[in-house]
Write a protein that binds this ligand. Structure first.
Ligand code: 16G
Length: 250
């Protein structure tokens, strides 16, 4: 889809949809999420957006200012508005079981990893319990620094029984993709999130000052038949993640 098609007002502007600048802000922010406007790239100039959307330049300016206040856009004197590339604010749903690679792709960001550990090990007591393994089992461990664009976002240490992942070297980009290929992609997960202050080694990997806020997240995910697939202990940058949960009356 071209930017002109995406911003064509018929597709999104509603007479009863509230203030027009708010609707435009929403549309532009969806464009960032979809990767139509990529991190680090400039937005089309104000007058071009005004021409495509048939809105006034004042309305367009207000929408862009609101995006700048949200941290989605960075305005640079004389050179226009750019999609912010640091640190990406990730709003992550707590109700969908997705992978890091998918989460970032959905936001138009390229993800990469630095390997910290990859091999077969004796399980730790925590891994043994979470994965409900017999005491003589071994686990495939993959530990990675996860990067979005060029920003380190999280340190993830995943352990899987060797029954689920016999060869950890098979994981090159996405663990969930490898699991999917063998019909073992988890369908349900339990996640525990707690606040921490980042200590030396983790702070250095995440490129933040020691003592900054971080999130410790433990995810145990399961197959439909109840078998545990993955036990992952992660440390996320606290300034980059907003977790969103939808709540319903029981
Ligand atoms: C997410 C999961 C992690 C999983 C990984 C797979 C959280 C807190 N963690 O980051 O448990 O192992 O995705 O990602 O959401 P991948 O398929 O890109 O390797």
């Amino acid at each position: 889809m071209t930017i002109a098609e995406f911003l064509a007002p018929d597709a999104w502007l509603r007479p009863d949809g509230g203030p027009r600048y708010v609707q435009l802000r929403q549309r532009l922010s969806e464009g960032v999420d979809l990767g139509l406007f990529k991190a680090g790239n400039s937005l089309p100039p104000e007058r071009e957006i005004a021409a495509i959307t048939e809105l006034s330049r004042v309305t367009v300016r207000k929408a862009i200012q609101a995006l700048a206040e949200d941290g989605i856009i960075v305005q640079r004197q004389g050179s226009g508005s750019f999609v912010s590339s640091e640190p990406p604010q990730i709003e992550q749903s707590l109700s969908r079981l997705t992978s890091f690679t998918e989460d970032m792709a959905r936001r138009g960001m390229v993800s990469s990893s630095v390997w910290l550990e990859r091999g077969i090990f004796m399980p730790s007591p925590d891994e043994l319990m979470a994965l409900a393994l017999p005491s003589d089992a071994s686990v495939s461990r993959i530990a990675r620094l996860r990067i979005a664009g060029d920003k380190p976002m999280a340190i993830e240490r995943a352990a899987l029984s060797t029954e689920m992942l016999p060869n950890p070297l098979l994981v090159e980009t996405s663990l969930y993709e490898v699991l999917e290929q063998s019909g073992l992609r988890p369908v349900r997960a339990l996640q525990k999130i707690s606040a921490i202050n980042l200590e030396n080694a983790d702070a250095a990997l995440l490129a933040v000052d020691v003592g900054k806020a971080g999130l410790r997240i433990e995810r145990t995910s399961y197959l439909a038949d109840g078998r545990a697939v993955e036990f992952t202990q992660s440390v996320y940058r606290g300034d980059a993640y907003n977790f969103v949960a939808e709540l319903r009356i029981a």
